[in-house]
Write a protein that binds this ligand. Structure first.
Ligand code: PLP
Length: 427
């Protein structure tokens, strides 16, 4: 059935402002702290550290910047300081989550390291601890791992931490999508953003709370927090002039951005409750279709439900062919595919998104190793046997999954339209 596009676009995830943000911005203007120093920064660092249960939070210009400095710090811990013209991970390999945004793992490349991608699992769509175990057997020299909680759903951190502890592997936690999500670690509830040695969050415009941009580095180590603060403000040494012994960065958060984050912070729990309600409505509304929502472990985790996603059952996938510019599908009653659903949503002025394309499938990382539960994940198809067999979990979720509009300003009525449009794709 042809549907008229909605007059008001339904978005994937946009900022939701409450008013206090403006008050803190005005305060910065009125006191003339329109720079990378000021009360908003001090307050928001203090509040975030207290809320999450870490000793130190360093406010930075982005989650990517936080991940970069976390990666550099871990690299220095492991391999010592590098020359200014060399990355600290030069010649070193790092285990990395495969299904994520490339900002999680690009810092490995900034520091001249080589990411080894670890396949995902179906229970939470995050790193499969069994695949990580395999990777540790294959690459015993690797001492760093970047852990991501995709779409706000905590991964299997307990198994992963145990494995990493046993093998002396440092964890960088990318909690950029999962601020406010909790995880039951060894029987105790803790926040994501506290599970690694170096932890990162983001206040990008589409995140659960935002500063328009911004991020934070979180740690329990005062030395590490001090180092990141120094690096993020151009690495000034203690001298009366600008003197430098290390490469510096301009990564500090602005006091204006910090004002927005400060105004948003009291609404974090409310945003999570609204996101959860969206997830539950999808779950209920789509229950008669051959699809499932992005899964989580209800015993051990409380996601922040940043993005609601669905995955189509294998036997309910219609034919779908996608390349970088075009996608084709064959409509079939009772079946559908991400391309059909995303195109139909778009034709109704509703925004959806493909699942993050796994890193091992990205052209830039085509030569990097990829490890699945079976070991080496590269070159595993065979023209003579098992034609078309499932190769890895990441590729499978990418092929059958999609992100649904999860904007907290979307009304229940608008969401019902989204659900109806999805249903129509299977008719
Ligand atoms: C998983 C993940 N890591 C890192 C980032 C980078 O954060 P930022 O945009 O603040 O640099 C994002 C989002 O943008 C993300 O989704």
């Amino acid at each position: 059935m042809e549907r008229k596009p909605l007059e008001k676009r339904v978005f994937l995830a946009t900022p939701t402002m409450h008013g206090e943000e403006q008050k803190y911005i005005n305060e910065a203007f009125d006191t003339n702290w329109v720079t990378t120093v000021g009360k908003n920064i001090d307050e928001v660092e203090k509040e975030m550290a207290e809320y999450l249960g870490v000793k130190y939070a360093v406010a930075l210009s982005s989650g990517t910047g936080a991940l970069h400095l976390a990666t550099k710090l871990a690299g220095e811990k492991l391999y010592g300081q590098a020359k200014p013209n060399e990355g600290v991970l030069s010649g070193k390999k790092v285990f990395a989550t495969d299904m994520t945004f490339d900002a999680s793992i690009n810092p490995i490349a900034y520091e001249d390291g080589e990411a080894i991608f670890i396949d995902s699992e179906y229970d939470t769509w995050n790193t499969d601890p069994q695949a990580l175990k395999k990777a540790i057997e294959m690459y015993p020299e690797v001492k760093l791992y970047v852990m991501v909680h995709l779409y706000g759903t905590p991964g299997k951190a307990e198994e992963i931490k145990k494995l990493c502890d046993e093998h002396g592997i440092i964890i960088i936690e990318d909690a950029c999508e999962s601020l406010g999500a909790r995880y039951k670690l060894n029987g105790e509830w803790v926040e994501t953003g506290t599970l690694g040695s170096y932890n990162c969050i983001s206040f990008n415009g589409n995140k659960i709370i935002t500063g328009s941009s911004g991020g934070m580095f979180l740690t329990d180590s005062k030395d590490d927090a001090d180092k990141v603060r120094k690096w993020s403000t151009q690495s000034r040494e203690a001298a009366p002039w600008y003197q430098h012994e290390e490469v510096g960065y301009n990564y500090r958060m602005s006091n204006i951005i910090a004002g927005i984050v400060r105004g948003q912070f009291p609404y974090l729990k409310e945003h999570i409750a609204l996101k959860r309600a969206i997830y539950e409505r999808y779950k209920e509304g789509l229950k008669d279709l051959p699809v499932r929502m992005n899964p989580y472990d209800a015993e051990k985790s409380e996601p922040n439900f940043w993005l609601s996603c669905l995955i189509i059952d294998e036997d309910a996938m219609c034919e779908q062919v996608r390349d970088d510019q075009k996608a084709l599908y064959v409509h079939e009653k009772g079946k559908s595919c991400p391309t059909e659903i995303l195109e139909t949503l778009a034709s109704c002025n509703i925004e959806g998104r493909p699942i993050w394309k796994p890193m091992h499938l990205q052209p830039i990382y085509r030569n990097n190793a990829f490890v699945t539960v079976n070991g080496n994940g590269r070159g595993q198809s065979n023209a003579y046997i098992d034609k078309g067999k499932k190769l890895d979990v990441g590729l499978d979720i990418f092929s059958r999954g999609l992100c649904l509009p999860s904007d907290i300003k979307m009304t229940a009525e608008e969401q019902q339209i989204v659900i109806d449009v999805i249903k129509s794709c299977f008719e």
